[in-house]
Design a protein around this ligand. Structure first.
Ligand code: SAM
Length: 293
């Protein structure tokens, strides 16, 4: 495991939750499973034959490595590398790869907001999912150029972003919208009003503007209302996400501690109610690096 010392959890870490908090890692372990399941597996848009020509994949901001391990297990001929700013998540992921005897899974500590240490033309696919929580709006074009540089000609950039928390109960709606407004305040939203994250409407355009071709997208809607299969997983995720995000709400002064605590207590009641209704959307968008780039 290689480590880039400049990518430790410092002032330059723009993620909305402390990346070294063990509870955040536990949350991401569940969340990555929820997302991959909702998307029908790690590569539902590609059949086995298409994957036969793929040899090297990079997953940026891999968290505790669930997606990388899924790919390594499903496609033993592929070398798959996960990179994340969090040393503890990378340690965990590496230990899992060893325990699960997946020698084709590799991990390294790396920031997605610095030039990558990989040479040009290193990968057939560069994947990144749910990075809006740390990526400033202004850095997306640079990030995509770096992805393009390390992709081989005809290599694929594959991004997945979502909007969570479309619900109908008052405290839940308020806490979600205040969180989105706080993300807007720190410059990580594409919305012009802060009403939503705004990343999914622009995702394909960003990929196209970075010079990729044949851009395609697939959307997923995940109903996690009371009584659905996804209900328990998503509601546990919300509880953790709000609680771990408390500092972010306070730091951005979007809520006072008293306002947050009162809303959070009410959210717990709403999540447990049989009336709880909510939906999340994910958009998977991908494009190809031109043969002559
Ligand atoms: C919402 S999680 C997404 C994890 C995983 N991609 C998934 O789909 O489940 C965001 C991840 O970004 C990582 N992260 C935060 N800032 C980063 C940065 N500057 N460079 C790379 N990773 C970063 C966090 O440690 C966290 O694991």
């Amino acid at each position: 495991m290689a480590e880039n010392p400049s990518s430790r959890n410092t002032e330059s870490n723009t993620y909305i939750i402390d990346t070294e908090n063990a509870a955040e890692m536990a949350r991401l372990l569940d969340q990555e499973r929820l997302f991959t399941e909702a998307m029908g597996g790690p590569f539902s848009e590609r059949d086995k034959e298409e994957m036969a020509n793929i040899h090297d994949i990079l997953d940026i901001a891999c968290g505790p490595g669930g997606w990388v391990l899924d790919v390594a297990r499903t496609y033993p001929h592929i070398q798959v590398t996960g990179a994340d700013i969090s040393p503890s998540m990378i340690h965990y992921a590496q230990a899992q790869a060893e325990a699960q005897q997946l020698p084709n899974a590799h991990f390294r500590v790396m920031s997605a907001m610095e030039p990558f240490t990989f040479p040009d033309n290193s990968f057939d696919i560069v994947n990144a999912r749910a990075i809006v929580g740390f990526m400033p709006r202004s850095y997306w074009p640079t990030f995509l150029q770096e992805c393009k540089r390390i992709l081989r000609p005809e290599g694929i950039i594959r991004l997945t972003e979502g909007e969570m928390g479309f619900g109908t109960t008052p405290a839940f709606e308020t806490l979600v919208s205040k969180g989105i407004e706080a993300i807007f305040r720190v410059g990580q939203s594409f919305s012009s009003t802060g009403r939503h994250l705004g990343i999914t409407p622009v995702l394909s355009r960003l990929i196209r503007e970075a010079g990729f071709e044949h851009v395609q997208a697939q959307a997923y809607a995940i109903d996690h209302s009371y009584g659905t299969k996804a209900y328990r997983g998503f509601t546990e995720d919300y509880k953790m996400m709000f609680s771990l995000g408390r500092n972010f709400y306070l730091k951005t002064q979007i809520l006072t501690p008293e306002e947050f605590d009162q809303l959070y207590a009410q959210v717990l009641e709403e999540l447990a109610s049989p009336d709880f209704s909510a939906i999340a959307y994910l958009l998977n968008s991908w494009g190809e690096k031109p043969r002559e780039a």
